[in-house]
Design a protein around this ligand. Structure first.
Ligand code: GAL
Length: 842
């Protein structure tokens, strides 16, 4: 099959642009049916999402460097409107929101940028990136053909584009930004909204293009994206996708590397073999741009997580973990994939492609140029069985659900299901502080402050009342109980029922915590219904309603509700039910401790803190503080919050986010095989445990001594269980099949220097500063299991350990050839063997 010929007018355009560029010396970005064209060259581009506010500026250079080392050409990020314009007209571009600095660091490393201006992001980010004040612009309706919304969107988009231009950051100006994005996955929304949706999409496209960035715009999941905007695909697989015009390249803007975690949910992960398979599958079907969403997920610091119920960790099972460490084998396996793809680049961008069927579920895709470049991808789509296929008179063995890459159409350099990269097991090592942190506490009386209280008849919607300045809103009312009420004698308490639109609720009766209820991402609504201890006379009912991140996806953001909307009622009184919904309620926005800024150094000195025994009472609504010295070294740090309930934590005044370890993960955590279609429910961890136990403490937030840690606990956890830990490599593993392809062997074979099959090597490497201290497991034969839990199979070479003991112990890194003679001979001839090894790092 010959790929679509370049459309004549596009060819002309490219030629004109090329001439302009050559004659003016100005850089340019354009596209054709095959690829993005940078400075006249079609490129296969590998990109990865790193969202700048999800890490610290101090982490950025290392993340970018590791992305580059991992074979990325481009870094993609959203622009986070609510971080940049927290109050209407008041802009913020500092610290974690220093977008220009982030882009300049990427430029300095020689990578490109894909800037998704949005300004709608989604991204599991609070309110999808929209500032909450936008909801209160008169007449607003979000993401549709609405004057006030379009005006605000156009203004912010122009602000960002002008800022980039002023700094010379577009590639057309010699900068790193090669692509932009307007809106985000608007197609499904447009479908829902109909005609106003269509006019809005068209308007957004024209508005963006009118800004004259000099680089192409994309719209993801937007089948009708008007020219010259490129419509792109997002998903776990995108090989089936074609752009809406034959002269646009096939681009994948979100290749999901894993999935996000929600409080109450199990932790999703995606096997590296399947991710690599999906990428190879996309490239072999003519794709030329792939972006990993996320390459580094990072952390939802402060109150930035969306949802509701999105966890603070946005690790995403990405190639770089939440802390910025390489997640192996994913990082390494993708790096090897990128090298393999790049070896094919000349044939991919200008060759003609043919498809050859090699079996029911097997095929080869071959790219050949006139000048003789040839690259082939051989695929086995069968998820259950191996395939032995013949291609160009040679035999190839393909594991299930895998693709082999042959950059010379002869020798395999890579197979997506054969991981040559090492795996690593990580550990969290406690950094001990005597008997834990020296805590002091301050107990916040329920609804216990008098200023800023106001009264209304009936129940108020929460976000309209707080404007999301805090998670917390108090709803307080009095209930008079007659001394004749029967329950006072029978002891059968009346039942209080509270219906809330979400997200969590603590009920206090006369100052005592009476119970708690909360929703979930799937159903944020909640109902509290419980017998409550009322007494004769006036009783104070105080409901603490808590938002846990605002919804980030969908249409009409202006219509979503949070908080106690009622009805609220008491059952079991002499007269049956008493409806409390329409009586007088007083409101308090936020907590006393928030008003006093107890989380900060100056604020924390405004109240009397209690030491010792009172801390052990574990009261609800308690603030805890302690100071500690920073542990030495560079390993990333995290707080183990597993002894706590729900709340927020701060280090030196900076919020490390919401914590909620008492919300245990539901879901099915079966073992998961890489082969076969993946979705976010297929591979899960942590069932029955805390959805999130560890909370990242960025190193740069610490001083050598006297760091202030403040924790606000809603339920009454045990602060003495909190510890600080460092994240380290515990052990590294290799799991290598005999005859597995490698880059080095491919180079020897394709250069003609060697014309026999070559053995692969197992490479092991601990972190810098560590050494391999022992070999926990080694077996050449048919070992089973995965890194951390390998075991011997039926066939095992008795000298499997010897080479590793000799060549690896005491070294930071080592390599051992996977050949029978290294392990004392072939333990089972004619059986396919592999080597599994695990080495302890310390
Ligand atoms: C996509 C969206 C991203 C993110 C992702 C899930 O649909 O574009 O912003 O929300 O889903 O992580």
């Amino acid at each position: 099959m010959v790929l679509n010929p370049v459309m004549p007018n596009v060819l002309l355009l490219t030629v004109v642009l090329l001439c302009l560029w050559v004659s003016s010396g100005i850089a340019s970005v354009s596209y054709d049916n095959r690829a993005i064209v940078i400075n006249g060259r079609r490129r296969i581009l590998i990109s990865g999402s790193i969202h700048y506010p999800r890490s610290t500026p101090e982490m950025w250079p290392d993340l970018i460097q590791k992305a580059k080392e991992g074979g990325l050409d481009v870094i993609q990020t959203y622009v986070f409107w609510n971080g940049h314009e927290p109050e209407q007209g008041k802009y913020y571009f500092e610290d974690r929101y220093d977008l220009v600095k982030f882009i300049k660091l990427i430029r300095a490393s020689g990578l490109y940028v894909h800037l998704r201006v949005g300004p709608y992001a989604c991204a599991e980010w609070n309110f999808g990136g929209f500032p909450v004040w936008l909801k209160y612009v008169p007449g607003i309706s979000f993401r549709t053909d609405n004057g006030p919304f379009k005006a605000a969107m156009a203004k912010f988009t122009k602000k960002i584009v002008d800022m980039m231009k002023a700094e010379g950051l577009y590639e057309s100006q010699g900068g790193p930004i090669i692509l932009s994005q307007i809106e985000n996955e608007y197609g499904p929304m447009e479908y829902e909204l109909g005609s106003p949706g269509r006019s809005y999409a068209k308007w957004a496209a024209e508005m963006a293009v009118g800004l004259g960035t000099g680089v192409p715009w994309v719209m993801c999941k937007q089948d009708d994206a008007p020219d010259p905007i490129i419509n792109t695909c997002n998903g776990f697989y995108c090989d089936y996708f074609s752009p809406n015009k034959a002269y646009k390249p096939k681009m994948w803007t979100e290749a999901w590397t894993g999935w996000f975690t929600e409080f109450g949910g199990a932790v999703p992960y995606r096997p590296a073999e399947d991710l690599a398979f999906s990428v190879a599958r996309f490239i072999q079907k003519g794709g030329s741009f792939i972006n990993y969403y996320m390459y580094h997920g990072g952390t939802n610091f402060g109150r930035t997580s969306g949802g509701p119920f999105i966890a603070t960790s946005y690790d995403y099972d990405a190639p770089l973990d939440e802390y910025g460490l390489k997640r192996e084998p994913k990082w390494g396996h993708l790096k090897d994939l990128h090298r393999a793809i790049k070896l094919c680049e000349p044939a991919l961008v200008s060759g003609d492609s043919t498809v050859i069927s090699l079996g029911n579920y097997q095929e080869a895709r071959v790219f050949k140029t006139k000048s003789g470049a040839c690259a082939a991808f051989i695929a086995n789509y069968n998820s259950y069985s191996f395939a032995r296929v013949t291609f160009e008179n040679m035999h190839f063995n393909l594991p299930p659900w895998s693709i082999s890459i042959l950059p010379d159409c002869k020798n395999t350099v890579y197979n997506t299901a054969r991981v040559g990269a090492q795996s690593a097991e990580m550990k969290m090592t406690n950094v001990v502080y005597g008997n834990g942190f020296p805590w002091q506490s301050f107990n916040e009386e329920p609804a216990g402050y008098s200023d800023n209280t106001f009264t209304r008849t009936g129940l108020l919607e929460q976000i309209n009342t707080t404007w999301d300045a805090t998670d917390y809103l108090w709803y307080i009312t009095d209930v008079n109980i007659d001394a004749n009420e029967g329950f006072l004698r029978s002891g059968r308490y009346p039942v209080l029922t509270v219906l809330s639109a979400g997200h969590a609720l603590h009920v206090f009766i006369n100052g005592q915590l009476s119970g708690t209820a909360y929703g979930s991402l799937e159903n944020p609504k909640l109902t509290f219904s419980k017998g409550v201890n009322l007494r004769a006379g006036v009783n104070k009912i105080a409901l603490l309603s808590i938002a846990v991140g605002l919804q980030n996806i969908g249409p009409h953001f202006e219509t979503w509700n949070t908080g106690v909307l009622g009805p609220v009622s008491l059952d079991g009184l002499n007269r049956g039910r008493r409806d409390l919904t329409w009586q007088k309620w007083s409101y308090k926005v936020g907590l006393k401790g928030e008003k006093l800024s107890l989380h900060s150094l100056s604020g924390s000195s405004t109240v009397e803190w209690v030491e010792g025994s009172l801390v052990e009472k574990r009261q609800p609504l308690t603030w805890y503080k302690a100071t500690f010295n920073s542990p030495g070294g560079n390993d990333p740090l995290a707080l183990d919050m597993s002894s706590m309930g729900k709340g927020q934590a701060w280090i030196n005044g900076q919020s490390i986010g919401r914590y909620w370890p008492s919300y245990k993960a539901t879901g099915k955590c079966n073992t998961c095989n890489y082969a076969g279609w993946f979705d976010e429910k297929k591979c899960l961890r942590n069932c029955g445990e805390s959805s999130q136990r560890w909370y990242h403490v960025p190193r740069s937030w610490l001083k050598p001594t006297g760091n202030l840690l403040v924790v606000f606990e809603e339920w009454g956890g045990n602060p003495y269980g909190i510890s600080l830990a460092k994240r380290e490599v515990e052990s590294v593993c290799a799991d290598i099949y005999e005859w597995q392809p490698t880059l080095v062997n491919w180079q020897l074979q394709s250069s003609g220097k060697v014309n026999k099959p070559l053995r692969p090597k197992a490479h092991l490497s601990c972190a810098f500063g560590q050494k391999i201290s022992s070999i926990k497991f080694a077996s050449y034969g048919t070992p089973q299991g995965v890194c951390g839990s390998f075991r011997e199979g039926n066939c095992h070479a008795h000298h499997s350990y010897d080479a590793f003991q000799k060549l690896c112990v005491g070294q930071q890194a080592c390599s051992v050839t996977v050949a029978p003679e290294m392990f004392g001979g072939d333990p089972c001839p004619n059986v396919m063997k592999k080597l599994s090894v695990e080495a302890i790092c310390s």
